[in-house]
Design a protein around this ligand. Structure first.
Ligand code: C5P
Length: 206
């Protein structure tokens, strides 16, 4: 059983994916954390996340043990992630790890941008989770403030717009719903409502 969840930043993918994994007894992989870890590794070494050789070397050296680092959650890490994510060699270096994770018993929920299109194109269940830009920026701001990180609403909104544009316009694995994905718009839903809607969709598809 593989559940592929894609969508733009702060649409509610992570919260939903974690709950679905617990509910169905599956493993969970936040694939954005891989790109974030690569972006942060490049920044820490003083490099430019948009520089292919630096980003590819960081992707090949990635240690999955470091994925829980709280520094990966900030907007700076998200911005660096979307720059390294546009580099084909970085995506290629992270692909095997993601596919191997998905193949491990008893199955997994993976969330990201290209799970249903590239990483797990044969997943029996694909959700494309969206919400309006304003809602997503509001949620991300709250999430950052709740974590004790400093954040300014307007900046979060602008960074989210920039990141959406980069993720949707890139030539490799752009953010698009898979042809067989079910769209779930969470603009007017809280986490419980989104979870209930997803469980309904999944039970119809299994
Ligand atoms: O989901 P999250 O905001 O943590 O992802 C950070 C960035 O990593 C995204 O903006 C996107 O550029 C990239 N990403 C990706 N493919 C994935 C997951 C994340 O390109 N499967």
């Amino acid at each position: 059983m593989i559940i592929a969840i894609d969508g733009p930043a702060a649409a509610g993918k992570g919260t939903l994916a974690k709950r679905l994994a617990a509910h169905f007894g599956l493993n969970y992989l936040d694939t954005g954390s891989l790109y974030r870890a690569v972006g942060v590794a490049v920044l820490r070494s003083g490099g430019d996340p948009a520089d292919p050789p630096a980003a590819e070397a960081a992707a090949r050296a990635l240690d999955p043990a470091g994925l829980a680092d709280p520094a990966l959650r900030g907007e700076e890490a998200g911005g660096a992630a979307s720059k390294v994510a546009a580099i084909p060699g970085v995506r290629a270096a992270l692909l095997d790890f993601q596919r191997a994770y998905a193949a491990r018993a008893p199955g997994a929920v993976l969330d990201g941008r290209d799970i249903g299109t590239v990483v797990c194109p044969d997943a029996p269940v694909k959700l494309f989770v969206t919400a309006s830009l304003e809602r997503r920026a509001e949620r991300r701001l709250k999430e950052l403030l709740d974590k004790g990180l400093s954040a300014i609403g307007e900046r979060v909104l602008q960074e989210m717009k920039d990141r959406d544009a980069r993720d949707s316009a890139r030539s490799v694995a752009p953010l698009v719903p898979a042809a067989d994905a079910v769209l779930l718009d969470t603009s007017e839903m809280d986490a419980d409502a989104a979870f209930a809607a997803a469980v309904r969709i999944i039970s119809q598809r299994r």
